[in-house]
Ligand binder design. Structure first.
Ligand code: C2E
Ligand code: CA
Ligand code: CA
Ligand code: CA
Length: 277
């Protein structure tokens, strides 16, 4: 009753599988995820703080691998940016988010849609053309769309995309500067790029109730954004106290687990119905 001896082919398969577990992100695995449609979106609401009503949702990307389960974006976006996958992935995200938005529009669910965009896309691809084509295809008004921009140190300069960003704004699409305070955005960019929204990074929001310096930073980002004519969104609201403090500071919009976690489209519809009744 000895166990069957392991064959060399079994071993090779085993090693390959172990390799995938320790390093799930590769050029091959990303290509195959795109080909086999393994990406999907979760939606997290943004509410107007003074009326506590939902105004928008942010599309957050997930990768469902058949062997490894759900892989969060922090694990693969950077790699995708550096290896030429970010454009096809983003166009797929835009397609999914806009068809969802169109469905919600016709169902009377009046929210706008925010999509995360790597800065690198603005200098290297025609974001403007693709956006306007997708909006037209789904018969969506450009004002229903917000593009959230994050700049990471490695992916170059936001300024290279200034012309594209200006064209998008003229078209009526909103631009949001994400992770303000911890990203790599500078005052020059805030000054030159026509952002309509500023997002306070959740690192400060999470600490402001116990840390006077974090509180001062949040207050001043709100005031800076609003003096420049932008609406300000606080992300990472995890408690009622956070929400109350931000309301008192005059912050426009809020987002976070206390308000609503990232949800499937179906769960968002239930959440929305409850919130609006
Ligand atoms: P982000 O744009 O700053 O998104 C906010 C992240 O914080 C999300 O993580 C969200 O699930 C999480 N979050 C929301 N509320 C709370 C809260 O109250 N507490 C805490 N602790 N966390 C909260 P997620 O979905 O894992 O996304 C991580 C990052 O990946 C995003 O950060 C964004 O930069 C990037 N990302 C997501 N989807 C896309 C995409 O389609 N394209 C690109 N280029 N990047 C994306
Ligand atoms: Ca974002
Ligand atoms: Ca953010
Ligand atoms: Ca972030």
């Amino acid at each position: 009753f000895l166990p069957k001896p392991l064959k060399l082919t079994d071993l090779t398969t085993l090693v390959a599988q172990l390799d995938r577990v320790s390093n799930p992100v590769s050029n091959d695995s990303l290509n195959s995820a795109l080909e086999n449609d393994h990406f999907f979106l979760m939606y997290q609401p943004k509410i107007d703080l003074s009326s506590a009503t939902p105004v928008s949702v942010e599309a957050l990307l997930r990768w469902k691998d058949p062997d490894l389960g759900i892989i969060p974006p922090d694990k693969f976006i950077r790699f995708a940016e550096m290896n030429g996958h970010i454009a096809p992935i983003t166009w797929r995200v835009m397609e999914m988010a806009m068809s969802q938005l169109a469905r919600w529009q016709s169902a009377g669910i009046r929210v706008t849609m925010a999509i995360n965009m790597s800065a690198v896309l603005f200098s290297r691809t025609d974001v403007c053309d693709i956006t306007s084509r997708l909006l037209a295809e789904h018969q969506l008004d450009p004002s229903l769309l917000t593009l959230e921009l994050t700049e990471t140190a490695e992916v170059g300069n936001l300024m290279l995309g200034l012309e594209t960003m200006t064209r998008l704004r003229i078209m009526g699409v909103d631009l949001s500067l994400d992770d303000f305070g911890t990203g790599h955005a500078s005052f020059t960019q805030l000054y030159q790029i026509p952002f309509s929204e500023l997002k306070v990074d959740r690192m400060f929001v999470g600490k402001m109730h116990q840390d006077p310096n974090a509180y001062a930073i949040v207050r001043n980002i709100i005031s800076l954004g609003q003096s420049l004519g932008m609406r300000v969104v606080a992300e990472g609201i995890e408690t009622e106290q956070h929400q109350q403090m931000l309301l008192e500071m005059g912050c426009n919009l809020g987002q976070g687990y206390f308000i609503g976690k990232p949800m499937t489209a179906e769960d968002f519809e239930t959440w929305f119905a409850k919130r609006c009744s």
